[in-house]
Design a protein around this ligand. Structure first.
Ligand code: KG4
Ligand code: ZN
Length: 397
């Protein structure tokens, strides 16, 4: 069957058309077109204004649709697809509505069903996709349970994936999401929106300058019982360790300014996160080291990134120890972070970490189509009446 999927939960307008067959256990996909139009206007304002993003979606959707159909060699007038999948939450409600209304218009015109899709389920399943061509997804019982770390601008969650459609959120952020913290700290450093990629580039430059200092640290981790204990030891050491690094650098004749940051909730007995305090610590820390210059920005960026990743990794390892998990999915915009990818691969082993293709870490309609198709088949093609489909900004998994 052919599916057209629509994603408008935030500031990316995405439409994908693919052909799928095989059902839930042996699904195969052939992408006919896969387009994401990112709204640049928000960079100027340093964040996404929902009403402005909604206007852009309404403007973009018909244009993206025309390009998508043309690329897929399909025509609008005939019934070009068999179903439409659309994100109905979570996200910015005005934006979600623009996609839903558009989907309803098309569904009525073409007389096809609408499959409402949870954006976060889309992110989880994005790790099994390729951005173009053909690919297969075969989910077998023995792969479960998996653990997903969902890290985006709006979410930071640890999700136990018991089966397709069976999710349990075992931990989440009590305040800011990881991506949001990146964006806010990036803003303090005068970096453009969205701040994650820019901040992470600075952190990487600093890491290169420091060179082998981080290698020493790996040595110290050996000898602990479990992976998560090792991680806790290294994260705690790192929270203090910048002082040791200072001494090492001093011995080597270098000077290194210090910017110690907390690793929030590392020792709490649950799998929750909190990034608001870390953000505030950066704010106060920045005041102490005024005036800011490029060298200081790099140092802050690296320390901030280390604090975030230490926390994400430690909690994920702890959960993985508890639930006996072998493979970990990392999905959502922050999954694009190279240092995070490297640290997780080091900790869990490369083949046990499932990451989306670089082109699919951000919001896209392909992941929505995949989740839509698999759930449609799993639910024996039962779907709600179009009139009952509503945007839900706080939709949970
Ligand atoms: O999933 P996504 O595209 O949109 C939401 O649903 O939120 O995630 C966007 C978030 C932004 O906060 C952005 O700064 C962050 O992902 N991000 C990154 C990186 N690339 C994007 N954060 C850290 N490092 C990156 N390389
Ligand atoms: Zn997203």
């Amino acid at each position: 069957m052919k599916i057209l999927s629509i994603e408008t939960s935030c500031d990316d307008t995405g439409i994908t058309i693919f052909e799928a067959k095989g059902g839930t256990t042996k699904a195969s996909f052939k992408i006919l077109s896969n387009i994401v139009s990112s709204q640049d206007i928000h960079a100027e304002f340093g964040g996404v204004f929902p009403m402005m993003a909604k206007r852009e979606h309404i403007k973009n959707l018909p244009i993206v649709l025309d390009i998508s159909l043309k690329k897929a060699k399909l025509t609008k007038s005939k019934k070009p697809v068999d179903a439409i999948a659309v994100t109905y939450g979570p996200g910015l409600e005005p934006c979600l509505w623009s996609g839903i209304v558009f989907a309803k218009e098309l569904a009525e015109k073409w007389d096809v069903p609408i499959i409402p899709v949870n954006h976060m389920e889309g992110h989880i399943l994005s790790v099994f996709a390729k951005p173009k061509g053909t690919f297969n997804i075969s989910l077998t019982k023995k792969q479960f349970p998996m653990l997903t770390l969902l890290v985006s601008g709006g979410h930071t969650e640890l999700v136990l994936v018991k089966d397709l459609g069976k999710y349990e959120i075992i931990g989440k952020t009590l305040d800011d999401a990881a991506g949001e913290a990146y964006d806010k700290v990036a803003r303090m450093l005068g970096l453009p929106y969205p701040g994650g990629p820019a901040l992470s580039r600075l952190a990487e430059e600093k890491r290169k300058e420091l060179g082998d200092l981080f290698e020493h640290e790996n040595e110290n981790r050996k000898g602990f019982q479990s992976m998560s204990e090792r991680r806790l030891a290294s994260a705690t050491a790192r929270a203090r360790g910048i002082f040791q690094q200072k001494n090492i650098r001093a011995e080597q004749g270098h000077t290194l300014e210090i910017f110690p940051l907390p690793r929030p909730m590392l020792k709490s007995p649950n799998f929750h996160f909190s990034f608001a305090g870390l953000k505030t610590a950066v704010l106060y820390g920045l005041k102490k080291i005024e005036p800011l210059n490029d060298a200081k920005k790099k140092m802050v960026a690296m320390e901030f990134e280390n604090a975030v990743i230490d926390t994400l990794l430690y909690k994920t390892m702890k959960a993985s120890d508890k639930y006996g998990i072998k493979s970990v999915i990392i999905a959502g915009g922050v999954a694009a972070n190279k240092h995070l990818q490297k640290q997780f691969r080091q900790a869990f082993g490369k083949k046990n970490v499932l990451l989306p293709d670089n082109a699919l870490t951000g919001d896209n309609a392909l992941m929505i189509g995949i989740a839509g198709y698999l759930r449609y088949m799993q639910g024996k093609k039962k779907v709600p009446k179009p009139a009952s489909i509503k945007a839900n900004g706080n939709l949970e998994l």
